[in-house]
Each structure stands twice: as C-alpha cells, then as structure tokens.
Design a protein around this ligand. Sequence first.
Ligand code: ADP
Ligand code: MG
Ligand code: MG
Length: 251
Amino acid sequence: MLEIKNLHVKLEEEGKPILKGVNLTVEAGKVHAIMGPNGSGKSTMSYVLSGRDGYEVTEGSATLLGEDLLEMEPEERAAIGLFLAFQYPVEIPGVGNMTFLRTAVNAQRKARGLEEMDAATFLKEIRARAKELKIDAEMLKRPVNVGFSGGEKKRNEILQMAMLEPKLCILDETDSGLDVDAMKLVSDGVNALRSPDRGFLVITHYQRLLDHIKPDVVHIMYDGRIIKTGGPELALEVEKNGYADIRAEDA
Ligand code: ADP
Ligand code: MG
Ligand code: MG
C-alpha cells in the first residue's frame, strides 16, 4: 500500500538534512507504529508524505497504491486515499465544521469519479458517525476546531477520518495531550476503522496508545532513519529500556 524507499529529505530554507534514508512498507489491513525520540524525524516524514511545503526530497521515493506521491499536489494525495491526522489540529475560524467536511467529502468523491453526496445523506451519515464517536451535534455546527478542547480536536480528526474513508491513515502523535478517556475514544475510533483494505501508520512517542491500538508491526525511528523493526514486543521493550540499547545495536 505505502512504500517508502531510501527517502532523504532536507529543510528547504536551512538545507539541514532531516530524513536520511527511510525505508518503510505498510501493507493493506495492517497497523504499523512508529516510535522514536523527539526530533528523530517522525513528523517530518508525515508532512513530506502529505505534501507540505518547506521540504526538499533529495533522494528516494514514496508511493501509495503504486502511485508516486511525491509528484502529486496535497489534494491529489488526499483524493487517492491519504489521510493525516495532525499532532496539532488547525483551527479554521469562520468555516463551519459540517460545511468543511461536506466540501472535503465531495471534493474527494469528485476526484474519485463519484457523484456528490446530497445534503440529506451527508447529514444522516455525519450524525451517525458523530454519535459513534460521542461527538456532540453542537460541535458539528461550530467553526472547525475553534474553541475545541484538546480531546474534542482529536475526536474531530477521527470524525474527519471516518467520513473521508481513506486508504492510508497517518496519525501523528494523536495521543499527545489526551487524557485516558479521550485516548480510549480515539483508539476505539481507529479500531472501528480497521479494515482489510486500509493501512495505518500510528506515530507515537509512548507505548500507552499501543495498549489500545494494537500494532502489527513496530518501527523505531532515530536520527532520520528506521533503525529497528519488530512486533508489538518492541514497543514494550522501548517502554522498559528506552532507546539506548537499540541505538547501540544499530551503531
Ligand atoms: P519528531 O516528530 O520525531 O519529534 P520532527 O520531524 O518534528 O521530529 O523534527 C526532526 C528534526 O527536524 C528536529 O531536529 C527538528 O528541530 C527539525 N525540524 C523540523 N522541521 C523544522 C523546521 N521547519 N525548521 C527547523 N527545524 C525543523
Ligand atoms: Mg516532536
Ligand atoms: Mg512529531
């Protein structure tokens, strides 16, 4: 599904190299977790995959469902099924949450050659999803993320994900700043969306989230590379011993 090969990325302005040869494959139906200390390049990788400005790819490739992601505009990447849940969800004053989502859903349907979802169907759909995620109907009418609590923002990201039905979901530290109840809700949302034709890349600094979202594969990123790959036990090892042993092994 997602295939990253020898990806090298530097910051456009400073010219500082951040990713130094990332190799990663995520299969359909699987949940891959990426752990790693702060500053190792986890967020940079998700930004580069989503097409954010400010980064220069100097080597390597990234494909989704066989298509070259790095050649596409961000909206084209979303249209073929890439979804990124942000570490810090953006507030959009003046744009109603429901309007925003309906526009996004229909833009994506259009790009996929599908008919627009009519207002009644959309309303029924979003109300059902919101209810499942325990999102207050009131929140749907407010401007996107404006005045939402940390937990509400994260839940709103999961609602967007549920409505857009992506092929590959990247969750970048969706757990940071969440209390236990909110984290459970987000995890339940993700687990409900697991399906044989959907892959997940869950980026997290801590093992805690992985108690709820059980990964199939765990990768450790350090200094711009994946330095170790294993099963769920790798996350437990990190929780217990930190990254020192893995770094020593790599060196
Ligand atoms: P992680 O998500 O693993 O914590 P990041 O991808 O956020 O790591 O950061 C990787 C490295 O790149 C860090 O050293 C960070 O300071 C640097 N970095 C990322 N984006 C920028 C930027 N826009 N300007 C300056 N430094 C940046
Ligand atoms: Mg960080
Ligand atoms: Mg980060």
